[in-house]
Design a protein around this ligand. Structure first.
Ligand SMILES: C[S@@+](CC[C@H](N)C(=O)[O-])C[C@H]1O[C@@H](n2cnc3c(N)ncnc32)[C@H](O)[C@@H]1O
Length: 271
């Protein structure tokens, strides 16, 4: 966008009425979708109680349980981090889903399953962390059945994300910059043999939804950034350099979506 020059007269001289009308319009919701839209996308891929689903990077199995409850399917979650798996196991027992949801420890680069084991792969917000995306997509394609499908939520940087932004962003989030470049990411899944059924750019929708409903997580993150900046020394002394850097970058993850520096896309892919 080219810069627009506005004079002092123009800036302060307009009618209050038209300014109020402008603000009133800005305060209208654009009806953003919530993260629940991922389940609608998944439903469009046709899961059934006979389906075997793999949730890669399942963390606490919240989504694995939800998938099983919504669609009656069998879900296996895999995650690298043992603490996550302990939480996942607790959740599965609490929800009495032991018959349909299981979790195992493992690395997505080398999925420990036989070829053609799953009808679907669910992958939400995991692939920025991968060392080798090409290997990951090969590994995913191998374990999918011939007409298997993969649903991915992936965050990307946009043209507004600068090298100064990058300097304090990727390393503390254990993420690789190239994985969050859309062309690089799309090349990797195309090279592995996946094709796009649908892709949907979300921009700031989930974040707007959070502000318009209860969570208000992004405005909380903005306030946290301000407090972290003013209180760095004390926080680092108490919680350590790594926790400080990681939470600061995490707060930017949210705020940057509102500023258009980050924008997620949801892909439905066919094997
Ligand atoms: C941002 S969290 C997303 C968790 C969950 N999918 C969600 O949307 O809430 C990323 C997850 O990926 C897991 N992870 C990262 N690298 C992994 C790997 N190489 N293999 C398996 N899991 C991995 C992390 O432990 C973490 O639970």
């Amino acid at each position: 966008m080219k810069p627009i020059k506005v004079s002092v007269q123009e800036m302060y001289g307009g009618s209050q009425k038209s300014y109020d009308a402008f603000l009133e319009e800005l305060d209208q919701s654009l009806n953003p979708r919530s993260s629940d839209m991922l389940y609608d996308k998944f439903e469009n891929l046709g899961p059934s109680p006979e389906s075997a689903v793999l949730d890669i990077g399942c963390r606490d199995a919240a989504q694995a349980c939800e998938l099983s409850q919504r669609f009656g399917c069998r879900v296996i979650g895999i995650d690298l981090v043992n603490d996550n798996l302990q939480n996942a196991k607790k959740r599965i027992v609490e929800k009495e889903l032991e018959q349909s949801v299981q979790v195992i420890q493992g690395d997505i680069h080398h999925l420990p399953f036989a070829e053609k084991s799953f009808d679907f792969i669910w992958c939400r917000d995991v692939l920025p962390h991968m060392d080798d995306l090409n290997q990951v997509f090969k590994s995913c394609r191998r374990v999918l059945k011939p007409n298997g499908k993969m649903l991915i939520f992936q965050m990307f940087t946009t043209h507004l994300f600068t090298s100064e932004d990058a300097a304090h962003f990727f390393l503390p989030l254990a993420s690789k910059p190239e994985n969050m470049s859309k062309p690089f990411f799309e090349n990797a899944f195309t090279a592995a043999g996946f094709s796009i059924i649908e892709s949907d750019i979300l921009s700031s929708e989930w974040r707007e939804y959070g502000e318009e409903t209860e969570s208000k997580i992004t405005s909380k993150q903005l306030l946290r950034i301000a407090r972290m900046r003013r209180n760095r020394e004390q926080l680092v002394a108490k919680f350590g350099e790594k926790n400080y850097a990681s939470e600061l970058a995490n707060c930017h993850w949210g705020v940057y979506q509102m500023l258009g520096k980050l924008s997620p896309t949801v892909y439905s892919l066919a094997k």
